[in-house]
Design a protein around this ligand. Structure first.
Ligand code: SF4
Length: 323
């Protein structure tokens, strides 16, 4: 389904300087569309006896706070609905397989799980979060089979950065070329891809982050989710932080780098998320992210101060115009 209205006047998407996913959804479906997070208990090839997992990953597999894996998928979705303060009669939902690696099982098992979720009432979409090295062709074929008009299908791939040295620091257990390969193969099967990125990875400087922006601007992705490097209780990152080896970005640094990054992206890429999110009780640092509304306002104020917007520095075919 395509948006009913032309979403973009140059530099202005529904009053914002970037093309946000929630605005796209409202414009396309003419109603509120909310995500229902799911923990399908699929674990992850990067965790277990041989691997200790990504250094930022929490026990719950980087899931939204409060989603449980002990109840069935319909029960989790029902409970997630009840957590929203307001649900109108017209509200629709996307089943969001969020926790751990949601392609880490044989396709037949995955099909049972995905089918169960999309059969729930008022579900108009399916979003599947995974790693780039866990996407065999058969699984991509299965995911592609959910594509149909009027249905919102997304594959979320953890990219984090273009730099292999940073992926090693994060102990991701895959290379940047694995991400490129996964994205290419998914897009060839007509699956819309959203990549997850982390800004402020220890050891990455501004230029390296902008290299990731330029690389991303040339990739066939349709969406991006931004996170800042944040420290969660009980993670390997917490140990490094307590040892003084990790210094998270300040709010001012993050806002500035994020705006620099978004200026380099094509105007067609949907921004699914502008920053990481974590509940107060498990967040170690930085604490500024607890005031999400303030940070979003600071991002919009920064674009207004600069007089720029998403795509301002994008130069088709060559990356950013100052790169
Ligand atoms: S790939 Fe995802 S679930 Fe697996 S260890 Fe990394 S963040 Fe956690």
């Amino acid at each position: 389904m395509t948006p009913r209205t032309e979403p973009c006047k140059i530099g202005n998407w529904f009053g914002k300087p970037y093309f946000h996913f929630s605005d796209y959804l409202r414009d396309t479906y003419r109603c509120r569309v909310l995500k229902l997070p799911i923990n399908a208990n699929l674990s992850c090839p990067n965790r277990g006896a041989m691997n200790s997992g990504c250094i930022f990953c929490s026990e719950d597999g980087s899931a939204s706070p409060g989603i449980g894996g002990r109840t069935s998928i319909p029960e989790q979705m029902e409970s997630a609905r009840k957590n929203f303060k307001r649900i109108d009669a017209g509200t629709r939902f996307i089943a969001y397989f969020q926790a751990y690696t949601n392609t880490y099982a044989p396709p037949a098992q995955l099909k049972r799980l995905y089918d169960q979720a999309v059969r729930q009432r008022d579900v108009i979409g399916l979003m599947i979060g995974t790693r780039p090295d866990c996407l065999p062709d058969q699984t991509l074929d299965l995911i592609a089979s959910y594509q149909k008009d009027g249905f919102e299908l997304w594959l979320e791939i953890g990219m984090q950065t273009i730099h292999d040295k940073s992926l090693e620091f994060l102990r991701r257990g895959h290379s940047s070329s694995a991400t490129m390969n996964a994205v290419e193969r998914a897009v060839r099967k007509n699956i819309p891809v959203c990549v997850h990125l982390i800004l402020g990875i220890t050891g990455e400087d501004w230029k390296e982050m902008m290299d990731t922006a330029d690389a991303l601007s040339q990739m066939p992705v349709r969406g991006v989710k931004f996170h800042h490097l944040h420290v969660i209780q009980g993670t390997q990152l917490e140990k490094l932080f307590r040892a003084g080896e990790v210094k998270p970005l300040s709010q001012r640094e993050y806002v500035s780098i994020l705006c620099d990054f978004i200026e380099r992206l094509p105007s067609s890429i949907l921004i699914h998320r502008l920053m990481g999110d974590r509940e107060e009780s498990t967040l170690v640092a930085p604490r500024w992210s607890l005031n999400k509304g303030t940070v979003i306002k600071a991002i919009e104020d920064e674009f207004a101060r600069r007089g720029t917007f998403q795509g301002f520095l994008y130069n088709e075919g060559r990356g950013s115009i100052d790169g």
